[in-house]
Write a protein that binds this ligand. Structure first.
Ligand code: BDR
Ligand code: CA
Length: 306
């Protein structure tokens, strides 16, 4: 059993990642931390509580950062991909539970320090909470077991600009700080996540079970599937970005990695958020996922998510 904190900007694929993680006995979810990104941090927190209620899970939720680490500009929210409410317009009413009073960065620090060498953080939104935690308590860089990040595009084009992936682009300064910190990191970027596709047939299978959770997730994912018609050229489905990061936390052999130092462009406007991998340097310590066993991962995800 692995202690895990999941850092989310919930988000449709974040919701699928929450369901997958909550249903995976290999992971003990210590808490969920939220961050701005796909939508505002308030909406991300609200959506996380709503999804956890559907999952019948009482995991505590810790609200995090509302804007990037060191710039006022925020990338426009991704309502065109995730719906006006961030969960495919399935939001009906607030969850009966409230978020915790403790902040995300404080919770991350506390848990890593209480369980040195044992906590894996899976970050599937902008890296602002993680960067803030490192700024507040730099020793966590040595005390964390591993940080698994959904973010970046090292060998392929970006998805918000030709160069940048959304989570890195949303806060390049935070990404630069985290990727340069020396923390043990696995980077699960568009290099692999664009190859793990969920299809409309899968959603039909979920619906045929008639479970309330399956209907909730299928209805929300309809919106994401529609949005992806313009993104995946074959039109064959929508990318399981955030679930793949959870999958890698459960079983690192879902991906093949190579060690790189990863630099983030923080200055040039045109290529802001670009992630460049540098192979032949002693500083290369980030395991960048370059290949994925997509069939095996998809089968595992489908066996757990609903
Ligand atoms: C990432 O950006 C967000 O829209 C998704 O939730 C995922 O974390 C993909 O680039
Ligand atoms: Ca996300």
């Amino acid at each position: 059993m692995k202690f895990v904190i999941l850092d989310v900007d919930t988000g449709i694929d974040d919701s699928l990642a929450l369901a997958y993680a909550a249903h995976s006995p290999e992971l003990e979810l210590l808490g969920i931390t939220t961050v701005f990104g796909n939508i505002s941090v308030e909406e991300a927190t609200r959506n996380t509580l709503v999804v956890l209620e559907q999952l019948d899970q009482e995991i505590p939720v810790y609200p995090g950062e509302a804007k990037p680490l060191s710039r006022d500009y925020t990338k426009p929210f991704a309502r065109h991909i995730h719906g006006e409410d961030g969960i495919g317009n399935q939001y009906r009413q607030p969850a009966s539970r409230q978020p915790e009073n403790q902040g995300a960065a404080e919770f991350i620090i506390e848990q890593i320090q209480q369980n040195p060498g044992q906590v894996t953080v899976v970050a599937v939104g902008p890296l602002t909470n993680i960067a803030r935690a490192i700024q507040m308590q730099p020793e966590i860089v040595q005390q964390i077991e591993r940080l698994v990040i959904m973010g970046g595009a090292v060998t392929v084009p970006g998805n918000v600009t030709p160069f940048a992936e959304a989570n890195i682009y949303s806060d390049p300064d935070a990404a630069s700080l985290v990727l340069g910190s020396g923390m043990p990191i696995t980077l699960v970027g568009l290099d692999v996540t664009m190859r793990t596709l969920l299809t409309a047939d899968h959603l039909d299978e979920w619906r045929s079970t008639n479970s309330e959770l399956a209907l909730f997730l299928a209805n929300m994912t309809d919106f994401y599937m529609e949005a992806y018609k313009g993104v995946v050229k074959s039109g064959r489905g929508c990318a399981l970005h955030d679930p793949l990061a959870v999958g890698v936390a459960i079983d690192p052999s879902f991906v093949r990695t190579a060690s790189y130092a990863v630099q983030v462009e923080c200055t040039e406007q045109d290529s802001l958020g670009k992630t460049t991998g540098i192979h032949d340097t002693p500083a290369a310590h980030i395991d960048v996922a370059l290949d994925v066993d997509a069939d095996r991962f998809l089968e595992h995800f489908l066996s757990r998510v609903i």
